[in-house]
Design a protein around this ligand. Sequence first.
Ligand code: PEP
Ligand code: MG
Length: 587
Amino acid sequence: MEARSHQEFVVQGIAASKGIAYGQVFVYLQSNVEVPSYVVDPSRKEEEIRRFEKALVVTRQQIQKIQEEVARNLGQNEAAIFDAHLLVLEDQALLSETIRAFEDSGKNVETCFHFVAKRYIEAFAAIDDEYLRERAADLRDVTQRVLQNMLGQSTSSLSQLVDKRIVVANDINPSDSASIDRSQALAIVTDTGSKTSHAVIVARSMKIPAVVGVGDLTSRVQEGDWAIVDGYDGVITINPTEQTLFRYGQIRIQKNSFEQRLIEANTQPAITLDGVSVSLMANIEKTEEAVMVKDYRAEGVGLFRTEYLYLSSARMPSEQEQFIAYKSVIDAVAPQPVVIRTLDLGGDKQFTGKNDLFPEEDNPFMGFRAIRFCLENVPIFKEQLRAILLASAFGKVRLMFPMISGSEELARAIVLLEECKEELKTRGQAFDRELEVGTMIEIPSAAMTADILAQQCDFFSIGTNDLIQYMIAIDRVNNRIAHLYEPTHPGVVRMLKRIVDEGHRAKIPVAVCGEMAGDPVFVPLLLGLGVDELSMTPPLIPAVKYLVRSMSMADAVKLAEKALTMNSAKEIFALCDEFYRTRVNVG
Ligand code: PEP
Ligand code: MG
């Protein structure tokens, strides 16, 4: 209604790709295919199955064509999205269940395929895991395409997009986004979607702003309405007034010049004004993300969360499968180092496969998680340790144990590692005999015994995400108390100092790989406390590097000294924020 009267109105969504765009709206509504249902004459059974097979072949060819186009226009990484689609077409469970449903019911094969695929889509969509929910979207996309091919309908596309427009869609599936002409799309906005949806990946790679999860915007705008898309804050303003346009014009100028400065600074080394070099590393979860290490000029992988290998499969991955995955990351990052963290399942990372391995728990974050699970499931743990050792023969690898609570646990993990080394020696297989072993410090008892742990390992990596949650007793995924999760709590700051000092006393380096390391407001505090290395989500590196190059280490040390004398989280935060703002003219 508001849109029809040309009144300005604002909608809040999730910021998904940075940038600000202003232009007219192109409304795109994806529609579901209507599937007719009828009984097939038994004499035409084989013909019906051939029709299905032909639709699969045509669909495969269409997807491969899109994949080639995407590879040409956007690059190999984005094109890899379509591998998942091609796999759907080979999914034996889906295909043989369709044939079986056809044989049992005698109904036309599109009805059977639609029915079977819908069941799978609903099952995936119901799983509380963003990655698996995205697989439901892949399956839906491919199903629509197969059905359209069987029914002889033309496949929908965004190729009608002409003139530079802001695409406002109820949803955009990968094949849709592939057909967007990048010179014609100013921004992408979707009613649904999440941080990992394909529309977002494509928007980011096209370097255009995107906002997802804006509710029912498609029903509130009309073709041709004017809009501003703010991909920084996830805000859409429809029919903006002169004042709003002016305000965004100013913001755009400031942001563009700041982004430009960040990009320029990222080609420079991470050295403070007084000449101290700071090591900025990448956190990755999936093997494919290893390419980002070079893209963002990280000095290696500071945290490879290996859980993903287990989460993306219904069973535990074998030694060989893991070895291949680790080696692919090592190869992509070489000659720079890769810190591989052993399995940290449990907590918010629940294994969906063999559930008898993980009991239902009232308090999963304080439960059977990470090293606790590994030490009770020695064969699974040793399989991973051997895979990491084998991969260590191919590059600079460091191994790190998560959720260590004290000396005995670390000692037991190291004994198992030594046993694995002996097993590989017996097998005559190579590994790095000098492999460095680190301990994640993310439980307060480990922090308090850092002096002891430092004698048992080669480096520390502080997991501030967990350390803060356990220190302040704040469940890190509970929105109700999220405001109490304060990295600048004096207790946390003192604890960080203690860990760094104990590490250095034992002459081992101390890294931080929790989210705090990628937030430019907290980086001076961490560096001032003496942290040697920061590891973060790769896209955060340019902003952190820019800050590092704009500050002096001497000032950071003074900042940390002052923070240690303060009484409240708010005071310390204000101190850090002011330090940041005076060094970096954010605009
Ligand atoms: C941490 O706890 O800070 C950390 C890096 O580990 P994760 O977020 O994987 O628990
Ligand atoms: Mg952790």
